[in-house]
Every structure is written in C-alpha cells, then in structure tokens.
Design a protein around this ligand. Structure first.
Ligand code: ATP
Length: 446
C-alpha cells in the first residue's frame, strides 16, 4: 500500500465534505449566504468532538481551570472599555473600478488584485456586528454581537473569584459563538463571519507572565500533535511589534500549512492586565486580586490561548486526508485508490460502523443486536446498503476507525470481524468481548 504525499486540494476536500455530509453552504436552497456554512450530520459530530477534546485537555485533565458560559449579548459599555469600539478594525481598501473590497494587510500590491484598478486609501473598518435590542431602533438601543468570548470572562472575574475561591494562577475557559464582519472571508470555514471560538483566560501574577506564555504556547502546539496533526505542518510565529493587537504585550500564532500556504490556526496572547484595568476604570468596580501570601493587591496578567473550533476542525480534516494505492488482491486485478480520513480516534464522527455482510433476513437481526451492544458505549452507525467492499471504502472516507462485520458464521459461533481503518487488518472477536476489544484498541492502538 502506498500513500500519496500530495497535500489535499481544497476542491477535493470540500467535495468530500459535501458528498458525505460534513459541510453545506448555509441557506443553499436560496442560493447560499456568502461565507456561511452549516455542519451536516458528520460535520456536527466532528466539531463537537473537537470542542470536547479541547474541554478535556483545558479543564477535565487539570485542576486550575474553571468553565464559564457568558451571554453573546453584553452591555455596550463592555466594548467601549475593552477598546473594541475604537480599535477592533481592519484596514479596508476598495477598487475604484470593480468596487471589490480587500484587507489592505492581506494584499501585496497597490493595485486591485482582481482587475488591477486603482485602490482607495485604507480606512479603518470596525468588525463588530451591530443590532438593536428591544422594540425601538435608535442609537440608545444599539448593541453588538460579541467578536470574542473573552470579555464575558473579564467582566465576571470578580464573580468567579468570589464563588470559586481560586488562587493565582488559575484560568477561566469557555467555548461559544463569536461574530466578526470580516472584509474578506473565505477558504470555506477558515474565515467566516460567524464562528465558534475556544478561549482560555489564564490569570497569573505579573512577572510570571512570560513563563506562562511559553508554557501555554507549548501546551497548545502539543495538543494538535496529540490529536494527530503532523508537527511538520505546524509552526510558531511571533507577532512583530507593529501587528500586535491593542491589548497585547506579546503574541504567538500557531500556524498551519494550509493548501494555500501557512496561516494562523490559533493565537496565544499575553494580554497583560489591560482588560481588567479597563473594565475597573469604566465600571468603577474593584477588579483587583488580593495575594494573601505577598499581602498585596494587584491586577493579574492574562495569558490567552484562543482557537477557532471551525478552523481547528478544518485543519483536522485537511491533515487527515490521504489517498492510498491498494495493490490488486488477485493476479491481473486492478490497483485501487482509496481516500481515507486518518482522523484521530477521539475526533472521528463515527467510532464503530456495524455492517451485516448482506441484507439477509437471518443476518440483520444478529447485526442489530451487535449494534445495540456497541451503541451503548460508542458513536456508531449501522450500514447495510451495497457491497461490503464499498461500505468499507465509505467508512474509510469519513474516517471511521473500526468496522464490525456480522456474517453467516456469526450466527453459529457468536464471533464478529473487527476491521481497522489504517492497516485494513481484521480480527475475529467473540461478541461478548467486542466492547472491551475496541476499548483496548482505542487506548493502546491496533
Ligand atoms: P485572522 O487574522 O486570521 O482573521 P485574528 O488574528 O483576527 O485572525 P484572533 O483574534 O487571534 O484572530 O482569533 C483567535 C482565533 O479565532 C484564530 O486563531 C482563529 O482560529 C479563530 N478565528 C478568528 N477569526 C475567525 C474567523 N473569521 N473565522 C473563523 N475562525 C476565526
């Protein structure tokens, strides 16, 4: 079996994503809404698995982070204080001929990339979506959709501190929707105007911040590798001083080698005490921390790893895609090509597919019984359509790590065939041991 080293093209990946039900364009029957995507049955499960994996690593496996879930709508004063009203902008240029708009920092030349026309001078374009709250549409009822979840955590810092009685260093984590009116969305779910973000605000003593920035940068890089992303496709890039966000002292981007080149996957920022100080100033509330060891009061510094769940799910898909040439089974037979998503087992939307060899009426009830046992423990799928070879290919293409096949021998010997996706090797396992066998393989590999 040989594996192609060609990186997958976006066309190929998006065609698979649509064909198999990972991703659909939003409102497709009305012609679609630009740069907005809906997750189909497999995509919805994949994205949930990505968020669960993040949640496990940031919260469940540690004892210094607590969960949070802030509302999307916040008091408008929040965005005044945080600086988003004034500074959450991208430089926008417009072509005087074709009127296309671009982000000035995303284009290389002084002319329009579309028609070579003359571009306007850049103007700062605020990325926040504005709407109205209540029945009256006037400036007093203007409200914003949050462009990040972090501010919901900062304005609740005191609430969390008082109720969870945490000592520094500790973190508050949340996953939720964010909205940005991007000038140039694109590359499928890479840059959209509505997306989900997984954010940790980790509060530390000032002076310890540089070390914690290093720590979280390494942790986050390792997380992607632990979930199967090839380290050679990841790199770290430190922000130059002229590209730092208004709140940041130092930022690292984890970049991924996308089919169109290196681009940001996650940002890890040292946000200093900027946000807590701003909210304390604007609200008049005391948002300091009392350090009872040092007997002093101060604003903690914040280290923030911030990762888009949609962008991460896209990376896991791209990195998992492979095409393999399978030599003919019989002399003179044809070499086949299989597309396989080598998704990490904890990310694959389906963990175990149950496949009766055929729709024979003696087989199906046995297969249903085996399915009933497996679905208590795993994400499963029952598939009895078409030939068994085609069904294996279909499962390979959606990244299912294990298939359990029920055949005529099963009726007599109560054994099923367990097939593994990557090696395509097969084992005979008694039905009463199948759950343990799969658990064992999930933990220790094939
Ligand atoms: P970019 O320059 O790529 O637009 P950014 O620097 O504005 O991103 P951050 O503010 O650092 O992004 O956001 C943190 C993370 O949120 C990003 O690393 C990315 O994973 C995700 N993210 C940001 N904007 C979008 C978007 N428009 N669509 C999807 N994910 C996004």
């Amino acid at each position: 079996m040989t594996t192609t080293s060609q990186p997958v093209t976006m066309d190929k990946l998006l065609s698979l994503a649509k064909r198999r039900g990972f991703l659909f364009q939003s409102s497709e029957i009305y012609g679609g809404l630009n740069a907005t995507w809906d997750y189909g049955p497999l995509g919805a499960q994949l994205k949930r698995n990505v968020k669960d994996a993040w949640w496990r690593s940031i919260l469940q496996h540690r004892d210094d982070v607590v969960p949070f879930d802030a509302a999307i709508l916040m008091h408008p004063a929040t965005w005044e204080a945080s600086g988003h009203l004034g500074s959450f902008t991208d430089p926008l240029v417009e072509c005087r001929s074709c009127h296309q708009r671009f982000r000035a920092d995303h284009i290389d030349s002084n002319n329009c990339p579309n028609c070579q026309g003359e571009l306007t001078a850049p103007r700062q374009f605020n990325l926040m979506f504005k709407t109205f709250m209540g029945a009256v549409e006037d400036t007093a009822s203007e409200i914003y959709l949050r462009p990040e979840t972090a501010q919901g955590i900062y304005v609740n810092f005191k609430n969390v501190l008082d109720t969870s009685r945490r000592k520094l260093p500790f973190g508050i984590a949340q996953v939720g929707k964010a909205f940005r009116n991007e000038i140039t969305p694109g590359n499928s779910t890479f840059r959209t105007r509505e997306f989900e973000i997984m954010e940790l605000e980790f509060f530390v003593k000032p002076g310890d911040d540089d070390d914690w920035l290093q720590y979280w940068t390494e942790q986050r890089m390792d997380w992607f590798v632990s979930l199967g992303v090839d380290r050679a496709n990841l790199r770290l890039r430190k922000h130059e001083s002229d590209e730092l966000a208004h709140y940041a002292k130092e930022v690292y981007d984890i970049e991924y080698r996308f089919p169109w080149g290196w681009a940001e996957l996650e940002g890890i920022a040292n946000r200093t005490d900027y946000d807590l100080r701003q909210h304390a100033d604007h609200s008049g509330q005391d948002l300091t921390y009392f350090d009872d060891q040092a007997q002093e009061r101060y604003y903690p510094y914040v280290i923030e790893p911030s990762c888009g769940a949609d962008r991460a799910a896209l990376v896991f898909l791209i990195d998992a895609y492979q095409e393999e040439k399978i030599p003919p089974r019989k002399p003179g037979g044809k070499t086949e090509t299989r597309s396989v998503l080598k998704l990490h087992r904890s990310l694959a939307p389906v963990t175990v597919a149950v496949l009766p060899l055929s729709r024979n009426e003696r087989l199906v009830p046995t297969a249903r019984r085996v399915h009933e046992i497996l679905r208590q423990r795993f994400n499963t799928l029952f598939d009895d359509a078409q030939s068994i070879g085609r069904r294996y290919r279909r499962q390979d293409e959606i990244g299912t790590p294990f298939c359990v096949t029920v055949d005529f021998d099963t009726i007599d010997d109560e054994q099923v065939t367990l097939r593994e996706r990557d090696t395509m090797s097969q084992l005979r396992i008694p039905v009463n041991r199948i759950v343990d066998a799969i658990e064992d393989k999930l933990r220790h590999g094939w």
